[in-house]
Design a protein around this ligand. Structure first.
Ligand code: ADP
Ligand code: MG
Length: 238
């Protein structure tokens, strides 16, 4: 046993002629919030897709909670407690918030009980939209609904792909507050372009540039690293 919650080694992913990930190693401890940053197209979403089984690859190894999971089906991987949200939110737009949550509960191997679901609904301040069609919610509400759908499944590791993408400054602040509370009781993998989110939440950060790991370390160090500034932060929303 490695002692890591997530241990990904040598992850390589090719799309035709494009090598999106070039032998990436990422290790995450239980309880840690690990950030991943890098320019658009650097391979961040592809990394999450490979880890969560949404994309297959023939190079690399992934251990989650000590068990090999590479190339298993997303539903099987989710059942081991590794789940994710999407850069472009995925909820069932024609169904109500209640129905979306019901589906998430049915899909879960070990779902939250009804009281805990109600508490989580309150915590995410989504209860007033309970009977609304998910497609009619604001983006911010949809992001909170997607988070709710994952949390009722009691993940051991929650991978968030740009959780504040498209949100207003006020909504970003509110999401940071929620994630800061979540971080205290959960392991989080966090892709972000908003450096305020990384600074406030990440214990450690991995920087991807063109499918390669450029740097890794505490946010204070990484955000001050001249290579990271030159190759990414110079142009990012930092
Ligand atoms: P990021 O999330 O860091 O913006 P992505 O992982 O989405 O980057 O993309 C990394 C690279 O892989 C890009 O060059 C992108 O065009 C390519 N890519 C991602 N997904 C696919 C796919 N399904 N098919 C072909 N190319 C893809
Ligand atoms: Mg992406």
């Amino acid at each position: 046993m490695s002692g890591y919650l997530l241990e990904a080694t040598g992850i390589t992913k090719r799309f035709g002629g494009v090598v999106a990930l070039k032998g990436i190693d990422v290790r995450q401890q239980a309880g840690e919030t690990l950030g991943m940053i890098g320019p658009n197209g650097s391979g961040k979403t592809t990394f999450v897709n490979v880890i969560t089984g949404h994309l297959k690859t023939n190079r690399g190894d992934v251990r989650f909670d000590g068990n090999p999971i590479l190339n298993r089906k997303p539903s099987q991987i989710a059942n081991t407690g590794l789940t994710r949200t999407y850069q472009a939110v995925r909820v069932f737009g024609k169904l109500s918030v209640r129905e979306n949550v019901a589906i998430a509960l049915v899909d879960a191997r070990d779902p939250l009980d009804a009281d805990a679901v109600a508490e989580t609904v309150d915590w995410l301040a989504i209860g007033h939209r309970w009977e609304a069609e998910a497609g009619s919610l604001t983006l911010d509400e949809q992001r909170r609904l997607e988070l709710l759908m994952r949390l009722v499944q009691r993940p051991k590791l929650l991978m968030l792909d740009e959780p504040v993408g498209g949100l207003s400054a006020t909504e970003v602040r509110a999401m940071i507050r929620l994630l800061a509370e979540l971080k205290a009781r959960s392991s989080i993998f966090l892709i972000e372009h908003t450096m305020k989110v990384i600074r406030e939440l990440a214990d450690r950060v991995v920087v991807l540039i063109a499918g390669e790991k450029l740097a890794e370390g505490p946010p204070r160090e990484i955000l001050a690293d001249q290579r990271v500034i030159d190759q990414y932060l110079g142009s990012a929303d930092a």
